[in-house]
Design a protein around this ligand. Structure first.
Ligand code: OGA
Ligand code: MN
Length: 289
């Protein structure tokens, strides 16, 4: 049901705190948007790596159609979370809605989505379908500002350096926490190691962003284990300092679009007796440089 295209003139953009996040209001994302409106949203997203668009009522089809405006969509390695009818829609729900597996507090560690692949997604679009009355906030960290704020010596030490990312690292951490069963080497063989620059450059803006995360970055390539761990711990503690972090407190109908190249995010706790159901679409990306 195509409605009247929305005019870009109705868009309002308010920077949040810190202003790498911004709130965009005006458009109804359930309807086809005209070129000027889409250009305005793309420009807002280029300027602000986290864009919040409140008050959206979206069916899976409408979220998929909206998301395709920003690139090619992709699924997820954890196929039990993919909506059976819409394999490009990830359902993060503690109730296992739409025939997907229930998940409690998925992503409750700092990460950028799927950096354990050679071509991690450029962005993700999350729709709060049912959100608990309190808690379950999502935190976002500004990895461009975090890079800029490093001292010159650290920046120099990271020049040309790469890191190994693998889902195996996350899985072993979950085994250690007792939330996943141990697996044999053979069973973990599917989780390859990939290598990405520790500081990446964003093609459209020329910005540089720190590109390591607590979730999936196992070590710095070619460094002794202790030096690698020290540097990663130092960088990870730095990136999540309060001055770089935006906390999103969900209202039902919120859409949050984030740039996985320029931000980290993490889930937080909430009362699991309350339903939390989120729909995510994921936009393909290129190999980081
Ligand atoms: C995600 C994610 C965190 C949350 O959708 O990729 O990590 O708070 N979500 O649901
Ligand atoms: Mn995530």
């Amino acid at each position: 049901m195509a409605g009247e295209p929305v005019s870009a003139l109705t868009i309002d953009l308010q920077p949040l705190e810190p202003p790498f996040a911004a709130k965009l209001s005006g458009p109804d994302l359930s309807r086809p948007l005209d070129g000027a409106t889409l250009d305005a949203i793309r420009e807002a997203w280029r300027r602000h790596p986290v864009v919040v668009i409140p008050g959206q009522e979206l069916s899976p089809e409408q979220q998929l159609a909206y998301s395709r405006n920003f690139g090619t969509l992709r699924g997820h390695t954890v196929t039990s979370l993919l909506h059976p009818q819409y394999p490009e829609l990830l359902v993060l729900s503690n109730r296992g809605r739409g025939g997907t597996a229930p998940i409690n507090n998925g992503g409750a560690y700092w990460h950028s989505d799927i950096t354990y692949e050679w071509e991690p997604p450029m962005g993700s679009i999350l729709h709060g379908v049912i959100v608990p009355p309190g808690g379950g906030d999502t935190l976002y960290a500004d990895m461009c500002a975090a890079y800029e704020a490093l001292d010159g010596e650290t920046k120099a030490a990271l020049e040309g350096v790469t890191a190994i990312h693998t889902y195996r690292f996350r899985y072993l951490a979950m085994v250690a926490e007792g939330v996943r069963p141990a697996r044999t080497e053979e069973q973990m063989a599917e989780w390859i190691e990939v290598e990405h620059p520790v500081v990446r450059t964003i093609a459209e803006t020329g910005q540089r962003a720190l590109y390591v995360n607590e979730g999936f970055t196992a070590r710095i390539a070619g460094w002794p284990e202790d030096e690698s761990r020290d540097m990663l711990d130092k960088l990870l503690a730095h990136t999540v300092e309060a001055r770089f972090v935006y906390r999103h407190r969900w209202q039902p109908g919120d859409v949050v679009m984030w740039d996985n190249r320029r931000t980290l995010h993490r889930a937080t706790e909430y009362d699991l007796t309350q339903e939390r159901t989120m729909h995510r679409t994921t936009i393909s990306g290129v190999r980081p440089v």
